[in-house]
Ligand binder design. Structure first.
Ligand SMILES: Nc1ncnc2c1ncn2[C@@H]1O[C@H](COP(=O)(O)OP(=O)(O)O)[C@@H](O)[C@H]1O
Ligand SMILES: [Mg+2]
Length: 253
């Protein structure tokens, strides 16, 4: 079975999609066979990887509509070695879908997925809906990107409440990989304060290596490429390489 990371925060705009796309690319560059699954119907993972999706393209959301749909049908290769994508359906509406928290977990157990992938990365919507519950139920590790901003602790706290519920319910295997300071800048006092608060509340070992503020990440996204290919010498490429190596240590050697 592939090891599954879920990238989640109950707040929008905290860098979930940026982390999902670039973490997936880093793990693939380390030689792992990676499947990125886009559960957010905004469909941004496809944009970030330069994958064109049409109305006829099978998507991961099919498994939430029909019990006979298979995840493997939605998996497609990308332009990047060892990196595949199960894109999102941009027409999938919030609140839609079968009421079953175990659909994605079972889909990841499909033979073709187990055979072809070492790692799965799940990008999630910020809303607490059946898709997020499916993602948390299917995952082994949670990565929580947060922007060190005064309001960010609220999204983190809301997510932690959901995590405790999941860990004591549908997924006792779920573990916290850590909190990831996104767009952080150590020279900005509020960034230091908020990051320090998270460290105090959850333990300093729960802080993942920071991804600093870098406009090149937005440019890379618009160009449909992970940062390591778009701007390999950038600060963000350096940060994501460090993060990828760090999180790869959580995989069985
Ligand atoms: N480290 C960073 N430095 C600069 N901009 C960033 C960084 N991380 C993310 N962004 C930008 O912030 C915006 C929100 O990021 P995104 O990954 O879409 O968040 P989410 O998926 O949580 O809504 C995007 O425009 C993205 O390019
Ligand atoms: Mg997103």
């Amino acid at each position: 079975m592939a090891v599954t990371f879920v990238v989640s925060n109950r707040k929008g705009g905290t860098g979930k999609t940026t982390v999902s796309v670039n973490l997936a690319a880093e793990l693939a560059a380390l030689g792992l066979r990676v499947l990125l699954v886009d559960l957010d119907s905004q469909g941004h993972c496809a944009v970030g990887l330069g994958v064109k999706v049409s109305k006829a393209t099978p998507t991961v959301h099919d498994i939430f509509r029909r019990t006979d749909a298979r995840l493997a049908t939605a998996v497609q290769p990308t332009a990047f070695d060892k990196l595949s994508l199960a894109p999102a359906d941009t027409l999938f509406e919030h609140g839609e879908g079968l009421r079953d928290e175990g659909l994605l977990k079972r889909a990841l157990e499909e033979e073709e997925i187990v055979k072809n992938f070492d790692v799965v990365v799940l990008d999630t919507p910020p809303s607490l809906d059946i898709l997020l519950l499916n993602a948390l139920t299917a995952a082994n590790w949670v990565v929580v990107p947060f922007v060190p901003h005064p309001l960010s602790s609220e999204g983190v706290k809301q997510l932690m409440r959901v995590l405790f519920k999941i860990i004591s319910g549908t997924n006792q295997q779920l573990k916290l990989a850590g909190f990831l300071p996104m767009m952080g800048n150590d020279n900005i006092r509020i960034h230091r304060t908020v990051t320090g608060d998270v460290a105090n509340q959850f333990g300093v070992s729960r802080l993942l290596p920071i991804v600093r503020n870098d406009i090149r990440l937005a440019e890379a996204f618009a160009a449909g490429k992970p940062i390591r290919y778009y701007a390999p010498k950038s600060r963000a490429a350096e940060d994501f390489s460090r993060l990828g190596t760090f999180l790869a240590q959580l995989l069985p050697q």
